[in-house]
Each structure stands twice: as C-alpha cells, then as structure tokens.
Design a protein around this ligand. Sequence first.
Ligand code: HEM
Length: 388
Amino acid sequence: MLNAPRLDGIDPFAASVRGITAPDPVHAALRAAGPLVQVDAPAGGPAWIVTEDGLAREVLADPRIVKDPACAPPGWDRHTAGLEQTAAEQPSLTTLDGPEHAALRRAHAPLLGARRIRAQSDRVHAIARELLTELAADRTVVDLMAGFTTRYPLTVLLDLLGIPLGEVDRAADACRRMLGNEPGEQKRAIDALSALAASGLGDGGRGLAAELRDRAPVHSTRDQLQYHLFALIFAGQLTTDAALGTLIARALTDGPHPAPPDEGGRDDLVDETLGQHPPAPFTLWRFTTTELELAGTRLPARAPVLVDILGINTDPARSPGPGLTFGAGPHFCIGAQLARLELRAVVTVLRTDFPEARLAVPFGELRQATIGGLQGSRLTALPVALHG
Ligand code: HEM
C-alpha cells in the first residue's frame, strides 16, 4: 500500500495577493506531487487533495464520500474549517447526499435548468445594460469590482427569486460579511440573507422562491426554505462576482471593441476564462464514510478530501474536454446555466453598448487576492473607462 505524497513547504490554503499574469505556485506544486496529495488541513490533521481528472470524477461520484459535516474529523472546529451545520441540523443541497439530496435537486432543477434560464436572457441583458449605463453616466473611470461585479449577479438573483431589488445593497453587505472573521459574523450574515429570502416566499411571491416553496419536499420547514434560498444567493454571488472580474479584464484587454459581437468568440472567451481561472479553485469539503482506497492510498473513515479544480483544469497534460469549473457528479453546480448566461450577457452588452470601453490600467498591472481557505481569487480592482 502506498502513502500519498505530502506537500511540504507550501500552504495551499494561505491568503495571497499576486499579479493577474503571475503563475500560481500552489496548484502546479500539488499537481506535480501526485494524483492524491496529503496536506495539513486548516482545521488540523491531514487532508487529501485529488489533482487528477479521472480520479476527481470518481471521487465526486462516489457515494462513500459525502458532504455532511457530521462526517468531518472529530476534532475539527466548524468555523476554522468553514463548514456548514450538519445535514441533520440544516438539510441543504450542500450538506445532504443520496436520495434526500436527489429529492432536493429535483425540486430546484427545473427552476435553474437550461430552458428556464434561456427565457431569462433578455432580462439578464437588460440588468447588465442598466447597471453599466448607470455607472457610465459621469464618464469617469469606474472600478467595476467595487461598482458592478457584486451588484450585477445579486440583482439578477434577487430579480429571479422575486425578492425586491431594493434589498440588493443589504444582500451585498451580507455576502461580504460571510467572508469575515469576526465571531458570530457569518451567522448574522446568514440570518440577514435568510430574512431577505423570506420576502420572496410570501403568499404573493411570484418568483422562483415561491416556486421552490411549492416544489420543495413536503416536510420542508420555512427555515429550511429560507436556507435553500440563502445558499443560492451566496453561492451564486461569490463565484460569479470573481468570474466577472477576470472575464471583463480579458474582454477589454486588447482595447476598444468596435466590432459587432461575435457569439462564437464571446462563448469561447467565457469558457476559456472559466476554465483557466475557475472562481472556485477547490470543491467544498467531502468526507469518507468508511475506510477506502484512493490512488493506492488507504484513507481512514472521516478523512477530509478536496478536488483541486484549478490544478486539474490548467494541467497541460489534460485531454481536451469539459473542465471541473462547475464540479461533477450529483453536486454539479445547479447555477451553471445562469452563471454562463450572466457572463455572456456582460460581454455582449460591453461590445454593443460600450464599444469604446477599455481598461484604464495595463492588463498586467491588475492584481488578484484570495483570503485563503477554499476561497478563490478576486481582482482587487478593475478600473475601466466605459466610454474609452
Ligand atoms: C461562475 C460561477 C459559478 C461557479 C464557478 C460555480 C462553481 C460551483 C462548483 C464547483 C460547485 C460544486 C461544489 C462541490 O461539488 O463541492 C457548485 C455547486 C453549487 N452551486 Fe455553483 N458556481 C457558480 C455559479 C452559481 C450560481 C449562479 C448559483 C445559483 C444560482 C450557484 C449555486 C450552487 C449551488 C446551490 C451548489 C450546490 C449544488 C449541490 O451541492 O447539489 N452556483 N458551484
């Protein structure tokens, strides 16, 4: 029996700031170490990171490797590990597995499926146009990371869910606080987002929140429904926000775009950006429910396992094919269609409505920062002259 190699001297969960074009040392080192690599977990003890595409897809589909934080190593502090409550305390897409997870997925699926999301296309384009036009009004350079990339996905989500758009600022504030370190701050942010969600669940609700209420498993409580909506808002904002920064920077990097939008080129840009700069660099934590073997290494029960999405996507030896940006298996991102629509819409609106838009600093001067843990990088600023 083998032992997975250890990654020494590099902390894959450290906070960092680096240039947008600077090579990423962590994921290359993980990949070079082997298909399964042992690291020190932030909450203590060993953890195992999968760095090979085929093994990752096996892990993500293996019913013996689950999400429920009840299966985390006994000594782990939930806050340090960034874990949710257990599935028994807070059943959700991200804590449940097996038939209960499948039932909850079925309740969500049609609401965020391809057909439904396609029907939102005009509305999403209109939101992108409206927010960028407001920002462009005073014709100065604007920082799109401050003024747009958080607001836009939140506006789209609240609009879709049927939550009043007057709540966008409060939602943005709560999403920011979700990443804070103060004791109790996350709990307060979850409560704030859940309270916002409640306004879409009322009897008069006409958005997807009310539809989810009517489709959710019959025993779902009001608190559980609010948590499901919180999860959609937070998961949808955090990732799309970061992806928008990199995408817009790349879309504007070679100066103004007076050419009419080319759908093929636009979709390639979105896919390539998501593939090369996946906003979620790792999956969420999973835990073995039993002793099992992975890549020749025997893992104990309750072993924490992650998939290195960024490292696998950017592996020069990887065969062509869909990357792991949105995960794989039963927990594949339920918002993938919506995220791609939002990203495509921005590129189109920039090219049609702001053909002179350009970066106000050289591309290579943009910087990306991560607060560490499982979080991805986000540009620290994105100064853009929307009128050229
Ligand atoms: C570019 C944007 C996005 C990226 C890169 C992304 C990435 C991911 C990934 C990698 C997973 C799987 C995590 C795992 O297996 O541990 C996931 C799951 C999830 N995503 Fe996304 N996501 C994005 C946008 C969204 C949006 C817009 C929404 C909401 C509408 C959303 C809601 C969710 C939810 C609820 C899950 C959990 C699904 C489950 O466990 O069954 N995501 N996402």
